[in-house]
Design a binder for this molecule. Structure first.
Ligand SMILES: [Zn+2]
Ligand SMILES: [Zn+2]
Length: 143
């Protein structure tokens, strides 16, 4: 998928979020969407540079703005750089060996949101669990 395929969707999404769809914002958001996995600001910057000259500070600033407005998710994975991804209400797995991070659908965790909400008497509206361990590649390498 190229940035051009996602640009139209990005523009529409920015408008829905109440952000003016400037070219820079469209490029940054498209770069996050195009990866289908959590990305670092450095990865977003590299992707955007293929299309358009934009300095790193601007990319960081736009990513922060998008995260603050809820257009993208921003999270820390251990000691590594912050990661960004799209899509609501899912969890993340962080491989402590290679540092790769991936999104995990909450359904795949068999996590019972309503049971937890009942047990704690909390109105849970969003679940993002942080999972850590070894990815299949690293688990194999560790023997
Ligand atoms: Zn790994
Ligand atoms: Zn994610």
């Amino acid at each position: 998928m190229t940035l051009h395929d996602t640009a139209g969707a990005a523009r529409e999404f920015l408008e829905q979020t109440g952000l003016e769809p400037t070219l820079n914002r469209i490029l940054v958001l498209s770069a996050v969407v195009a990866h289908h996995r959590p990305v670092t600001a450095g990865e977003v910057h590299a992707e955007v540079l293929r299309e358009h000259k934009l300095n790193r500070v601007t990319v960081y600033r736009i990513l922060d703005l998008l995260a603050e407005k809820g257009a993208i998710n921003r999270f820390n994975s251990g000691e590594r750089a912050q990661h960004y991804c799209v899509g609501r209400n899912h969890s993340h797995f962080h491989c402590t060996a290679c540092g790769r991070v991936r999104c995990i659908a909450n359904e795949d965790l068999h996590f019972d949101e309503s049971a937890v909400a009942d047990a704690l008497n909390l109105a849970v509206s969003h679940v993002d669990l942080h999972l850590e361990g070894l990815c299949p590649d690293c688990a194999r390498a560790a023997g």
